[in-house]
Design a protein around this ligand. Structure first.
Ligand code: NAI
Ligand code: MG
Length: 360
């Protein structure tokens, strides 16, 4: 089959890791008889440098003309918070997610078999296995609410950020979570703060209604503070964890660390229609950019998610994951995941080894 993929290489290590992921896509194409064609899309700090805006006009249209979008990372100290909003890379990320209608952010946190020793939790906890999928609402809540900033008479400046959720927004993300759980271990943990927040009480009532529609899926409510604790105490208890935007932002970072390295973790953002956006969870890592040190695995596993969720190519997705696990099992490590005494390999060599496994 033929697929069109938009490539947002971005800033810092973005172009390096996307370069390796494209090699992997080509290897998948060869092995399974698909043709992937690429369209480069400018977004982030590099776009600000080129055209004065981090989110150039027509960006969403270019992406919508493709079947999926692969993004490296954007941002860096050069385009900091002192810049006007339209020049900041973060603005572009929020804008593209909104314009593509990507309301569900999927972040698997799975301990890869060859990397069990990298888990910072107790050995017994790691041995129980960690394989969860965080499903974060991505286009609502406090990150998209009205912001206010005003001077008070007696308390100095005051700021406010509004958090709002509609039943429609909660129901569509909730449904995604139950559908995804059916493909996995059939358990949904819904995270809220219903003992305090009105939005959470609405969240919980919608989730309970959905739970009745999916009697084959086990369901539980978890308060966000308890969830933060459980992720460190016993992450093996979770399968699909669904939550609102800000809670999900924080908890997904926490969940990712229990698996050992930021350089290994992929993500997907999807809506009701194509294209989905696939990207590593890490940022542009300016400290190691341009040095052939970045771990490309997170981006390569994002391509596996693209195969699974946008193209419904499960064999191709599994082949990529098996190739990554194979290279790790052979002992190859980039610097970020190298144990003491292991000589690390570079970004390009890691990409080449994964392609070799795919072709073998
Ligand atoms: P970061 O994820 O870029 O880096 C954190 C640490 O992890 C650094 O020490 C970095 O060297 C290391 N690291 C990250 N990815 C790695 C990889 N693939 N291989 C090896 N080591 C890796 O987060 P940080 O430093 O907070 O942010 C740097 C810039 O990236 C900022 O401008 C930030 O806004 C942006 N950012 C962009 C994101 C995106 O494009 N989705 C997400 C997070 C941050
Ligand atoms: Mg974050």
């Amino acid at each position: 089959m033929d697929f069109k993929i938009a490539l947002i290489r971005g800033d810092g290590i973005g172009p390096e890791v996307v370069g390796e992921a494209v090699k992997v896509l080509d290897a998948v194409g060869e092995r399974f008889g698909h043709t992937f064609t690429y369209t480069d899309v400018l977004l982030g700090g590099c776009a600000t440098d080129a055209v004065g805006k981090s989110y150039p006009d027509g960006t969403a249209e270019k992406c919508k003309a493709c079947d999926a979008v692969l993004l490296g990372a954007v941002g860096g100290p050069k385009w900091g918070s002192d810049r006007p909003a339209e020049e900041r890379p973060e603005t572009a990320l929020l804008a593209i997610r909104r314009d593509l209608g990507l309301y569900a952010n999927l972040r698997p946190a799975a301990l890869r078999p060859a990397m069990a020793d990298a888990c910072p939790l107790k050995k017994e906890t790691a041995e129980q296995g960690i394989d969860l999928l965080m499903v974060r609402e991505l286009t609502g809540g406090i990150y998209f609410g009205q912001r206010e900033k005003y001077q008070t008479e007696d308390r100095g400046m005051e700021c406010a950020d509004r958090m709002a959720y509609s039943e429609m927004e909660i129901e569509r993300i909730g449904r995604r979570a139950f559908e995804l759980a059916r493909l996995r271990r059939k358990k949904v943990s819904s995270v809220d703060k219903a003992n305090v927040l009105e939005t959470s009480r609405l969240w919980r009532s919608v989730m309970h209604r959905l739970a009745e529609e999916y009697p084959d899926v086990a369901y539980e409510d978890v308060l966000v503070d308890n969830c933060a604790m459980q992720l460190v105490r016993a992450p093996g208890q979770f399968d699909v964890v669904v939550t609102e935007n800000m809670f999900g932002d924080i908890l997904s970072d926490e969940a990712s660390m229990v698996t050992g390295s930021i350089g290994l973790l992929p993500s997907a953002s999807i809506g009701d229609s194509a294209p989905g956006l696939y990207e590593p969870i890490h940022g542009s890592a300016p400290d190691i950019a341009g040095q052939d040190k970045a771990n490309p695995i997170a981006t390569i596993l994002s391509v596996a998610m693209m195969m699974r969720y946008s193209f419904h190519l499960e064999a191709e997705a599994s082949a990529i994951e098996a190739a990554v696990d194979g290279v790790l099992a052979d002992g190859w490590r980039t610097a970020d995941i190298a144990e003491a005494g292991v000589t690390p390999i570079g970004t390009k060599q890691m990409g080449d080894l994964i392609c070799q496994k795919l072709r073998a």
